[in-house]
Design a protein around this ligand. Structure first.
Ligand code: NAD
Length: 319
């Protein structure tokens, strides 16, 4: 029986599909330093990880029984992918499984922003019974998303899922991508109807100048923040910005300055420069809607990740 070690966990559905197809699955975590010994002793042929467990050259060299390394999710920073491939090990991942989850979180932040949920949820428990009328006054100048322009920076998997939801809300979509010039976006409706929209991407500066809300979906840009003081300067006064991509794609200091000066009205952040210890100034800021890097973390995404990994493993062993 082929043995699978899912060292950072896998959904029940993934376990079930693998078991039904004759695999044995262990989801009990093995410490990083014991991995080589345990993989060899217990004859694992597949190791599945998320972001915690590292599969580096040492494991690849010293565990010759490993045939597949799988990453539940997108980024493969914790796996020596090219080295594994040189050794004829299959490396698999599930890049599209969480795109809808991240796209929905973008709208959770956007809806929360325009009606001040992020701040009213902090104040209602403290003052809701003594200061109700003033709170009502403070948060009575909300906005609707419908009819506004949504600028999507990075028009890959997640950016396109965001576009679908924006179109559904009646938003005007602008998109910018370094490589994509045009994309067909198909909305699938509950009754089986479909409608396809062709979106041409534009220059970053046009998007910055014309969007009411901006959302970032590019990979981690290493050299400098994609959105810094200069880019914020081009944005509409009173605009909002959401980053669910990677910490550092927005310059956090420039962002806080722009919020303090009311150049930007609000921001939504799921990712931070210094995770897991984000800047305390950012955490205390009362114009920022925040989540602790949970973009991909829905039960539906976990199930898709588990089942997609299971199907890929089954098909590799069938060959
Ligand atoms: P993707 O590769 O499908 O899309 C990224 C797009 O960005 C591509 O179309 C690429 O051409 C474009 N791009 C790259 N560099 C660019 C640049 N400098 N300017 C403009 N466009 C550029 O990736 P995806 O699956 O859509 O993921 C997007 C981001 O979301 C990644 O940073 C990923 O790490 C992040 N992510 C976050 C979470 C979370 O939990 N918050 C979950 C999944 C993914």
């Amino acid at each position: 029986m082929i043995k699978v070690l899912a060292n950072d966990g896998i959904s029940e559905l993934g376990v079930q599909i693998l078991k039904e197809n004759g695999f044995e699955v262990n989801t009990k975590k093995i410490d990083q330093e014991d991995l080589i010994q345990k993989i060899n002793e217990e004859n694992y042929e597949v190791i599945l990880v998320r972001s915690a467990t590292k599969v580096r050259k040492d494991i690849i060299d010293q565990c010759p029984g490993i045939k597949i390394i799988g990453r539940g999710g997108v980024g493969m920073d914790n796996i020596d992918v090219s080295y594994a491939k040189e050794k004829n090990i299959h490396v698999i991942n599930t890049p599209a499984a969480s795109s809808s989850s991240v796209a929905e979180l973008v709208f959770a932040h956007l809806f929360g922003m325009v009606r001040y949920l992020y701040i009213s949820n902090r104040q209602m428990p403290m003052e809701g019974d003594t200061n109700f009328k003033n709170l009502k006054k403070s948060y009575s100048s909300g906005k609707e998303l419908s009819g506004k322009t949504l600028g999507i920076i990075g028009f890959g998997r997640i950016g396109q899922e965001v576009a679908k939801r924006g179109i559904g809300l009646g938003m005007n979509i602008m998109a910018h991508d370094k490589f994509i010039k045009e994309e067909n976006i198909t909305l699938n409706f509950y009754n089986g109807d479909k409608k396809t929209f062709t979106i041409e991407t534009c220059e970053l500066n046009d998007l910055l100048k014309n969007s009411d809300f901006i959302t970032i979906h590019v990979p981690k840009i290493d050299d400098e923040a994609l959105i810094g003081a200069e880019e914020i300067g081009l944005m509409k006064t009173g605009a909002g910005i959401v980053n669910t991509s990677r910490g550092g794609n927005i310059d956090e200091t420039a962002l806080m300055f722009a919020l303090d000066k009311e150049k930007l009205a609000y921001a939504g952040l799921d990712v931070f420069e210094n995770e897991p210890n984000p800047s305390i100034h950012l955490l205390m800021h009362n114009a920022i809607s925040m989540t602790p890097h949970i973009g991909a973390a829905t039960l539906e995404a976990q199930d898709r990740i588990g089942s997609e990994l299971a199907e890929q493993i089954i098909s590799i062993f069938k060959k």
